[in-house]
Design a protein around this ligand. Structure first.
Ligand code: ADP
Length: 317
């Protein structure tokens, strides 16, 4: 039915090796790690055995090459990743605080991703695609937003499907144009992958049950709500509500968990699994990601997730 595709910013992440407040002193760092929510997502689609491709732009530098090489090795179609000569691949420095909050230093304002435009190769990928994954954050860069809208149109015309991770900033929803964009995206969404606050922002309702009911009534087939350490819940007309409690793990680096979770859920469903099984794999995928340093380092195949779940049950993990 055609590959799952997405578009967005690819960057590297460099992490502090100790917990504390920010970067005001020289300190030990680890990285660069391949990163960027769309890259983490699409890498995990491929790791799960799904056909996958990404439209993006990186600089002609090692941070770009590191990402391309990882995605290629994991089986992602990298033909639509452009290399931009005179702009760097973006980077983010991150340090966790004692309470789990993060301090960032971003170098993305002038990154190669700002030069993401439709190309022949991007068009060719879109024309084969069976599914588009949309992230709210994609619309922060105009060129990427346009590609996503074009991809949605093309895939929907051929009877394909759309998943939407609203990672919405609240300010965006308050603004009329932002609200309209989100409503337009919700109109074409088959699978919605919000976390708690995003569910409220997307629906405009505080009560979880009312929010789910409203969104299912509006035509979204499936909603999978991410609850961090609390696990996740699936809601649909066809299968009702299914809950999966969080696996008991000690969290080291939660960056990327939501993307791995969503990619695993989507891919399992596209491979024909029942939502309950897809949810179990997705939940394991999120947990597998949080126990490893680096946003993409927890990406795992379904057989690795089987082993991880088996170890969890027997108390070894
Ligand atoms: P997002 O990164 O989009 O905010 P979450 O933080 O809710 O998403 O994480 C996504 C999924 O990853 C959760 O639904 C859960 O399955 C898993 N997960 C995240 N944090 C933990 C944790 N501390 N323990 C176990 N599972 C976790």
């Amino acid at each position: 039915k055609g590959p799952t595709i997405t578009a967005g910013e690819i960057l590297v992440e460099i992490m502090a090796t100790t917990v504390g407040d920010g970067f005001l002193e020289p300190q030990a760092l680890i990285g660069p790690f391949p990163s960027g929510a769309p890259a983490i997502f699409i890498d995990q689609v491929a790791r799960c055995g799904g056909s996958a491709g990404i439209i993006a732009a990186v600089g002609d530098d090692d941070f770009g090459r590191l990402n391309i090489e990882r995605l290629r090795r994991d089986g992602v179609d990298i033909s639509a990743i452009a290399t931009i000569a005179d702009r760097p691949t973006g980077s983010a420095f991150v340090r966790y605080r004692e309470n789990g909050a993060r301090d960032f230093v971003f170098n993305i304002a002038h990154s190669a991703a700002r030069e993401t435009h439709m190309t022949d190769k991007a068009q060719a990928l879109i024309e084969q695609a069976g599914h588009v994954h949309v992230m709210g954050s994609a619309f922060a860069i105009a060129g990427i937003g346009e590609i996503i809208l074009e991809a949605i149109k093309s895939v929907k015309l051929r009877g394909g499907s759309v998943s939407f991770d609203p990672n919405i900033r609240k300010e965006l929803v308050q603004d009329d144009e932002g609200r309209k964009l989100i409503d337009d995206l919700l109109d074409v969404t088959d699978l919605l992958l919000p976390s708690g606050e995003e569910l409220q922002a997307a629906s405009g309702l505080d009560d979880e049950d009312a929010a789910i009911e409203k969104l299912l009534a509006s035509g979204i087939s499936e909603i999978v709500l991410k609850r961090g350490a609390g696990g996740a819940s699936h809601f649909s007309r066809a299968h009702g509500r299914i809950d999966a409690p969080g696996l008991m793990v000690s969290e080291i680096d939660p960056t990327g968990a939501g993307d791995c979770f969503g990619a695993t859920y989507l891919t399992c469903r596209r491979l024909g699994m029942h939502p309950e099984q897809a949810l179990a794999y997705a939940n394991a995928s999120g947990a597998h990601n949080v126990i490893r340093r680096g946003p993409m380092e927890g990406a795992a195949s379904l057989s690795e997730l089987d082993a991880f779940m088996a170890a969890q049950i027997s108390g070894e993990a």
